[in-house]
Design a protein around this ligand. Structure first.
Ligand code: GYE
Length: 322
């Protein structure tokens, strides 16, 4: 009986040479200037505008060309946007993946085409793409911690207000998944609190307002609204007022992002607590690009520092909020 031939590792590597060669990160040459893609997910809020501006400002400062696309809230368009950057042979792609699964294949396509990808602000499902293999690194906030910080503040400052409505971000977006997990896990350990309903408001002001309106009608006993971003919190403030209640007093409002408009509402007492999510990515993003070209090894995640805004600190922080 003939034994099946066993291939040594090197023979396997020879046979599958191209495949193996493709599954390592492409190198980036040290050059005086680069053409850099930035695939933005949408531009419908101050957070996104601040992020885009920070990227544009830094590119300009360094004399790099920024190939900018805006997916306008469409995951399918963002996939196409990345493919067009690959076709244009940009040097590097900065990607803010709208959802954590559908963008995984194009990250690999870019890598296979020899273009390093750096993920900005939103992550890809770690079972589908790996830092150090498929993309260089993820730069952004610790979203689980953001959710935990909101819950920790609530546990300390609730004053008997324990019936929560949660407005989730875009379904399938890593900050929505993680801000929910971080918050819900802390709440689960504090049995006096109850999450009455948790529904997506798509990170958008008007959707947040509509969802909050419906949920407030369904749950008149609600006295806390936790929104995964400022825009939905601002929408919720309108919904609370439309329901004849006082935001910040009858119903506590908590959010994440820290844009000027929301911080001003903390100053005015309509929102009670905001955890910042820093959108100013430009300096860190381009520093990472340059470091990568020089051979620096990066960890899977580079975490931005985030402040917070309480009724006590909001006034002092307002001037420097984006
Ligand atoms: O909170 C939100 C934006 O991905 C961290 O997306 C970001 C979130 C941010 O549209 O306002």
């Amino acid at each position: 009986m003939k034994r099946p031939m066993k291939l040594g590792l090197s023979a396997l590597a020879l046979l599958t040479g191209t495949v193996l060669a493709q599954s390592v990160l492409p190198k980036l040459a040290v050059k005086p200037t680069y053409r850099v893609g930035f695939a933005q997910t949408e531009s419908n809020n101050p957070w996104r505008l601040a992020q885009t501006k920070s990227m544009q400002d830094e590119a300009k400062k360094l004399g790099y060309t920024l190939v900018y696309t805006d997916a306008g809230g469409s995951t399918a368009k963002q996939v196409t946007d990345v493919r067009s950057m690959i076709a244009q042979k940009v040097d590097v792609i900065f990607l803010s993946p709208r959802e954590d699964k559908p963008l995984a294949p194009v990250v690999k396509e870019a890598r296979n085409a020899g273009i390093p990808v750096i993920l900005l602000d939103r992550n890809i499902d770690p079972t589908l793409s790996k830092a150090g293999t498929d993309y260089v690194t993820f730069i952004g906030s610790d979203f689980i911690k953001e959710g935990q910080r909101v819950a920790d503040w609530l546990v300390k400052n609730a004053n008997g207000k324990t019936n929560i409505i949660e407005l989730e971000g875009t379904t399938g977006a890593s900050p929505a998944n993680d801000r929910k997990k971080g918050f819900d896990d802390v709440i689960a350990k504090n049995s006096q609190f109850k999450i009455l309903a948790s529904q997506t408001g798509n990170f958008a002001r008007d959707t947040g307002r509509q969802v909050a309106e419906t949920l407030l009608q369904a749950h008149p006993e609600a006295n806390v609204i936790y929104a995964h971003n400022d825009e939905m919190a601002i929408g919720a403030v309108s919904a609370i007022e439309a329901a004849g209640k006082v935001p910040g007093k009858d119903i506590l409002v908590l959010s994440i992002d820290g844009g000027k408009e929301a911080v001003k509402m903390v100053v005015d007492g309509k929102i009670n607590y905001v955890v910042e999510c820093n959108p100013r990515f430009g300096p860190e993003a381009f520093k990472t690009l340059q470091g990568y070209a020089k051979g620096t090894k990066y960890p899977a995640k580079i975490i931005n520092a985030d402040r917070d805004y309480t009724p006590e600190s909001a006034k002092a922080g307002l001037a420097s909020a984006y």
